[in-house]
Design a protein around this ligand. Structure first.
Ligand code: ADE
Length: 227
């Protein structure tokens, strides 16, 4: 699977994909990430990518031509979805991530400044994606979040597919608590059941804890489940 990022700040992506699970996935060619400088697709001699908004208003707006040109150059074919990262988009979540993982290529356009020419939204992109109800200075951090979350659904990226499936949210409940050594840390003890050797009992305890945690911290997830 290939991710293409269109940005005016390619340097922001520095080393984010050079560590951990994503680095391994890149080394094993399970994923490919290409960062493209929007400026390289500007046709005028000043390589201008933004301009003042019509109708007047402070700030600058990303011009349509370089973005259309970038997408037309980068997209392998019409089946490749193109997403604009913006706070006005569809809110990203785990099932959306799984859905995106079925594509061969995805193009992300990182919005910037006060906005992007509306013709990009109307005539170019498949959809807009937001990673939450807050405003970032640009879509770049959102692109990293998306690539990380989507990559986990690509077969073999995460050690055992099993662990992706049993993660928080996939089953609409939060993860059960986990412990490691020491068994007694400053008088705070690991629950005895985990040393019982009784797998059924441990599994039941984990399910119970998952539900308790969800009821306490994210009751909205349980409401969704019963809808
Ligand atoms: N760009 C600015 N804010 C954003 C958000 N919340 N999600 C995605 N892209 C953004």
């Amino acid at each position: 699977m290939r991710f293409d990022i269109i940005t005016i700040f390619p340097e922001m992506f520095g080393n984010v994909f050079s560590v951990g699970v994503l680095k391994k996935a890149l080394d094993r060619n399970l994923i490919e990430v290409k960062v493209h400088n929007l400026r390289d697709f500007a046709s005028d001699k000043h390589k201008q990518v933004d301009d003042r908004p019509f109708g007047g208003k402070p700030g600058m707006v990303l011009k349509p031509e370089p973005i259309f040109s970038a997408v037309e150059n980068i997209r392998e074919n019409e089946a490749t979805p193109v997403y604009l990262l913006s706070p006005q988009g569809r809110t990203f979540n785990s099932s959306f991530a799984e859905e995106l993982a079925s594509h061969r290529q995805i193009v992300f356009i990182c919005g910037r400044y006060e906005g992007v020419d509306e013709r990009v939204v109307e005539y170019l992109v498949t959809d807009e994606i937001s990673i939450g109800d807050y405003v970032l200075t640009g879509g770049e951090p959102a692109a990293v979040v998306l690539i990380d979350a989507v990559s986990r659904f690509i077969p073999e990226v995460v050690g055992k597919t099993e662990s992706v499936r049993s993660d928080s949210f996939i089953e609409s409940v939060l993860a059960f608590p986990q412990y490691t050594r020491p068994r007694d840390f400053r008088g705070k003890k690991v629950p005895d059941v985990l040393f019982s050797g009784d797998h059924k009992k441990i599994e039941d305890w984990r399910k119970k804890k998952s539900l308790e945690k969800t009821r306490l911290k994210r009751p909205d997830l349980l409401d969704q489940k019963t809808k």
